[in-house]
Write a protein that binds this ligand. Structure first.
Ligand code: NDP
Length: 484
């Protein structure tokens, strides 16, 4: 059985504890590899290596740091096929999705931040009498922690480590214990990419042990975290007394607002994708579909008809569109969310239970039918709590004001999707919705320069473009007179 390794000080090694954790393939329920069960002892070693590496890395010309990221991106491109299969096996996502989205985006993240650091200039301010110059010196923070979730493993891992490294920091990174494989593969190519020993360290293990040790370590000065809202709150509580810089990308309960004057076919097709892509396990997925009264029955009928025909299959097969959810525990949590919705009076329009793909290798895998529920009000648990699976609810609204009230009736505020052909209404609605991102007549269209993040319980701070480089640097204002 393959044993994955930590990367500490340029060396691939097991945990100090000598213990291992099983890594399970969600499509089969079988253990297929193991990861080091790391703890504070491993994090201490990684921090010591990073402290040693920081002076050289942080003063290296930005062109040279960018070149390292580009060489690493080339490694991702060279091994794309292997990464696609690894990501699908580790996470349960269809091979087609890993190939179209996850792995190309991981490569782009590395390339994008190589380019971004080359264009990241700092500001200067000169008063009217030109007596002084103020300029902003943006310094790397030092050693930073990057903690990423399981839903888009390499995509979100690289989204954090690329700007952190480009800005001149040394990184202690922890991928999710459930999906460690692609981060392990990437760590094997760091040296070939030219990244000096100790600059990039990967610690595998449990969130409560390895993750907690990163968050608590006094020499780690900033934490970039993507994951669940309750874990984010715990990290905020832990880091507050140390005044660490914090970027939190957390959960969502995203509304799709479908007005009667939408382009029906486009709204329908994209809502199916925005609801069920990656088995609904994308923080940006729509989970509350709000439909205007006069369109409700027609939209519902067409939606249910199409979703009921979606086939859940073996993620390793080329034609599969819906694969496995990430773990047994997550499958059971989703099923209990569906049960609670039924008990609260919800009607299951399709799905509602486990799925059995035809391939017998998947007999013990973790599969759920795409599920649509109606008949529940906004305050019901299923309309308030994040399910993070292939489960959506339908609610009606009778006018724009009510649509916005329903959309905002949530502790979350990550993304909203708005469907209308009335542009003024589209802009008004986007402005009124509490969300970090609003898509009008589209979904998941990304430009890596734009600010990415949520409001309310969906997080603090923004990632993407110069926002990420600002997060990973500390600005210092320097002022000097122009005359002696
Ligand atoms: P978790 O919060 O459970 O875990 C996220 C990461 O944090 C994992 O690496 C986990 O490790 C680690 N972790 C857990 N506990 C601690 C701790 N005490 N200290 C430090 N690290 C810890 O989230 P999931 O992995 O379950 O991911 C799903 C969640 O992520 C959903 O809520 C989703 O909405 C959110 N998400 C948000 C996005 C956004 O951009 N806003 C994007 C994608 C997902 P381990 O897995 O080993 O326990």
């Amino acid at each position: 059985m393959e044993q994955l390794q930590n990367l500490i000080g340029g060396e691939l090694r097991g945990a100090v504890s000598g213990e291992w954790l099983d890594n399970i393939e969600p499509a089969t329920g079988e253990v297929y590899s193991q990861i080091p069960r790391s703890n504070a002892a491993d994090v201490n070693l990684a921090v010591a290596a990073a402290v040693k590496a920081f002076p050289q890395w942080s003063t290296l010309a930005f062109e040279e740091r960018a070149a390292c990221l580009r060489r690493w991106a080339a490694k991702v491109a060279e091994h794309a096929e292997a990464l696609v299969h690894a990501e699908s096996k580790d996470n349960g996502k269809p091979i087609s999705l890993a190939k179209a989205v996850d792995i190309p985006r991981a490569q782009q993240n590395l390339e994008f931040f190589a380019g971004a650091i080359e264009h990241f200039a700092s500001e200067a301010h000169i008063p009217a009498d030109a007596s002084h110059i103020h300029y902003t010196h943006r310094k790397p923070i030092g050693i930073v922690g990057c903690i990423s979730p399981w839903n888009l493993p390499l995509y979100l891992f690289t989204w954090k480590i690329a700007p952190a490294l480009a800005a001149g920091n040394c990184v202690i990174a922890k991928p999710s214990e459930i999906t460690p494989f692609s981060a392990f593969m990437l760590s094997q190519w760091a040296e070939e990419a030219g990244i000096p020993k100790g600059v990039f360290n990967v610690i595998h293990g449990l969130g409560a042990e390895a993750g907690q040790a990163i968050v608590e370590h006094p020499q780690i000065k900033a934490i970039s975290f993507t994951g669940g809202t309750s874990t984010g709150a715990h990290i905020a509580r832990t880091t507050a007394p140390q005044f660490k810089k914090l970027s939190l990308e957390l959960g969502g309960k995203n509304p799709a607002i479908v007005f009667a004057d939408c382009d029906f076919d486009k709204a329908l097709a994209t809502t199916i994708r925005s609801s069920f892509a990656n088995q609904g396990q994308i923080c940006l997925c729509s989970s509350r579909i709000l439909i205007e009264d006069s369109l409700y029955d027609r939209f519902k009928t067409a939606l249910v008809e199409k979703v009921a025909r979606m086939r859940v299959g073996d993620p390793a097969e080329q034609g599969t569109k819906m694969g496995a959810v990430v773990s047994r525990a997550h499958r059971d949590k989703i099923l209990s969310n569906i049960d609670a919705a039924i008990k609260a009076g919800g009607e299951i329009l399709c799905g509602g239970t486990v799925a059995s793909p035809p391939n017998t290798r998947c007999n013990n895998g973790f599969f759920i039918q795409p599920t649509i529920i109606e008949g529940l009000g906004p305050s019901c648990e299923i309309n308030q709590e994040e399910v993070f699976g292939p489960v959506i609810t339908l609610q009606r609204f009778s006018n724009e004001k009510q649509a916005i009230e329903l959309a905002n009736d949530s502790q979350y505020g990550l993304a909203a999707t708005i469907w209308t052909q009335d542009l003024s209404k589209a802009h008004r609605t986007a402005a009124a919705v509490d969300s970090g991102i609003a898509w009008i007549n589209c979904w998941l269209v990304r430009d890596l320069r734009t600010p990415f993040g949520g409001v309310k319980s969906s997080g603090v701070g923004r990632e993407g473009g110069f926002e990420a480089l600002r997060f990973f640097t500390e600005p210092q204002n320097v002022c000097l007179p122009t005359q002696a």
